[in-house]
Design a binder for this molecule. Sequence first.
Ligand SMILES: NC(=O)c1ccc[n+]([C@@H]2O[C@H](COP(=O)([O-])OP(=O)(O)OC[C@H]3O[C@@H](n4cnc5c(N)ncnc54)[C@H](O)[C@@H]3O)[C@@H](O)[C@H]2O)c1
Length: 271
Amino acid sequence: MAYNLLKGKRGIIFGALDENSIAWKVAQRAHEEGALFTLTNAPIAMRMGEINKLAEECKAAVIPADATSIEDLENLFDKSVEVLGGKIDFILHSIGMSPNVRKGRSYGDLNYEWFLKSLDVSGLSFHKVMQVAEKKGVLNNHASILALTYIASQRTFPDYSDMAEAKSVLESIARSYGYRLGRSQKVRVNTVSQSPTMTTAGKGIAGFGAFYNFADKMSPLGNASADDCAAYCITLFSDLTRHVTMQNLFHDGGFSSTGMTEEVMEIFSKQ
Ligand SMILES: NC(=O)c1ccc[n+]([C@@H]2O[C@H](COP(=O)([O-])OP(=O)(O)OC[C@H]3O[C@@H](n4cnc5c(N)ncnc54)[C@H](O)[C@@H]3O)[C@@H](O)[C@H]2O)c1
């Protein structure tokens, strides 16, 4: 069911790789809610060509950009404003990548060049997006900017490796830039901390199935799906949440506040 929550709003959505991507679901939902937006991803991710299907469905232009490249981001904002016919009301940063995780390096044997790459792609790129947008003056007052994160930024989880540090950086940038853009333009900046979700990035973490099942049993509402995450993001882009800013918002079925559940007790009582 659609409510026209984003009617007349213009946005940019980063990170739709395939139909499992959280950004893919956000794009579909934003389209249903009346938004106009551009889709972007790293040029290398475009090779799969999947994004063109989504672009067609959402009547959106695709503008490639490596989110770590200032030049690419400048081009993305210039073209987006041109194609959309005005300044930007919402941005979704749905980007994560760690070469150390991808290549299975243990936390005690990290490659530091790759570590810096993880920080740049998954954390700093959020700052770059906002700095380029601010310098170009392309944000409308009351715009809403969101990034997706995971609770491993605050509590440790095996095999999340240097992505944990990258997510801590990301969440801190949301607070610092949220302050700055809030003062200057009443722009909101938040992170949504999502349940484990079956996507390409998610499944890249070793033992992800166990992660996923454990979180599901440790959440009174069960794991939140990508579709539900998309619905939540839409509310945060809408005018219904104009004073929510600088927050790390858990969208995790209650996982982050749960100490123990009956399901998990049952598993351990059998031992
Ligand atoms: N899947 C989960 O369990 C889970 C849980 C919590 C948070 N998240 C976060 O959600 C976000 C989206 O991930 P997803 O699960 O939908 O997986 P996904 O693999 O579909 O999306 C990750 C995206 O990041 C893009 N990307 C990587 N490097 C880039 C670069 N240099 N420039 C631009 N884009 C780049 C990829 O192309 C891809 O589209 C990530 O921030 C992820 O950490 C995921």
